[in-house]
Design a protein around this ligand. Structure first.
Ligand code: FES
Ligand code: FE2
Length: 340
């Protein structure tokens, strides 16, 4: 997890902004580190190590007062920079100002999410959420999965499982050949799937009622996000999932689905929300089963198929990103056919 915590480009999505109202605090484990994120009564968001320097109690068990977090043990107060602002028992004027600081991390609020960078020199923030106009409506779902980030990223660009894990809901038994093009440039990967007209799952029936040729593009947004676009006729659905690794085998997935379906956008969104919940639960069951096998035998190596090219390309780009190893500067393209 060290390659994550020291990485200056990684802004971890640690919470939805609505789950951290003014005056709230919450513990969050980020790539193995125990942090507390809190929002001052005046609105600013901060992130600190979740351990009081006095006697080691978790600050997340305390309360927010003004712009400080108050330790629940002896009431020491710390601000968002980790500086001690009050020592209730002290009779020495100014003792706070020379007291040990808590490590503070860069924290911002953007696109209704709270993001934290754990490195010493954070690179500029860039949101992984799609930037779409007001004709799109969206919902957000949050899922805790006992699995690792690489296998979760794999799952999101893996068309081959959908007809089995989500049979009836989202696709069915593979029966139609499609053209897939995988492109990679540096750490970006995008995968275009053309020719899908299948409407054997409820989701596809709704989104593509006239069986128009569908344009389906998956994108890897390094290091933790996958964006999936489906376009057919006048419908456009964008599903983005962003991972937060708590520990190696424990990950929260924040998923937002944006939909633009003209006048039926809102009623359709309600149905898609219900189905997305089911689909993500089905993926969770498979991912947790896979993770328990990988944990038990760390020497296991996946034997990939020719049709796994999207998966293997994303895995390589993810690894290169974490190692800050440049990928191809020109666009590398690989095209193949598969059944979905
Ligand atoms: S342990 Fe935090 S104030 Fe004593
Ligand atoms: Fe899935």
């Amino acid at each position: 997890m060290e390659s994550l915590t020291a990485h200056s480009k990684i802004w971890f999505l640690v919470a939805s902004a609505k789950d951290l109202p003014a005056g709230a605090r919450r513990p969050v484990r980020v790539a193995g580190k125990r942090l507390v994120v809190f929002r001052a009564e005046t609105g600013e968001v901060s992130a600190l190590d979740d351990r009081c320097p006095h006697r080691g109690v978790s600050l997340s068990g305390g309360q927010v007062t003004g712009n400080t977090l108050v330790c629940p043990y002896h009431g020491l107060r710390f601000d968002g920079q980790g500086e001690c602002k009050k020592m209730p028992c002290s009779v020495t004027p100014g003792e706070e100002s020379s007291y040990k600081k808590i490590r503070a991390y860069a924290a911002i609020e953007a696109d209704a999410s709270i993001w934290v960078n754990l490195s010493d020199s954070p690179q500029p923030f860039c949101s992984a959420w799609p930037q779409l106009d007001a004709s799109y409506r969206h919902f957000e779902q949050v899922n805790l999965v006992r699995a690792r980030v690489p296998e979760i990223l794999e799952n999101f660009v893996d068309c081959g499982h959908t007809g089995f894990v989500h049979a009836g809901l989202f696709r069915g038994e593979p029966n139609r050949e499609v053209d897939v093009t995988v492109r990679r440039q540096n750490w970006d990967v995008w995968i275009e799937t053309l020719g899908e007209k299948d409407t054997s799952g409820i989701m596809m029936k709704m989104l593509n009622p006239d069986k128009e040729p569908m344009v389906h593009v998956d994108r890897f947004l390094p290091p933790f996000a996958i964006r999936v676009d489906y376009r057919a006729g006048n419908y456009h659905m964008v599903s983005t999932s962003i991972c937060l690794p708590h520990e190696e085998f424990l990950t929260t997935i924040f998923t937002r689905i944006y939909l633009n379906a003209g006048v039926v956008t809102l009623p359709y969104l309600k149905i898609v929300e219900h189905m997305t919940h089911k689909i993500l639960q089905q993926d969770k069951v498979i991912l947790e089963d896979q993770a328990s096998n990988l944990k038990e035998d760390p020497t296991f190596k996946s034997q990939f198929l020719k049709t796994d090219r999207p998966v293997t390309t994303v895995l390589k780009a993810y690894k290169d990103f974490l190692e800050s190893k440049d990928g191809p500067s020109d666009v590398l393209t690989h095209a193949f056919r598969m059944k979905i």
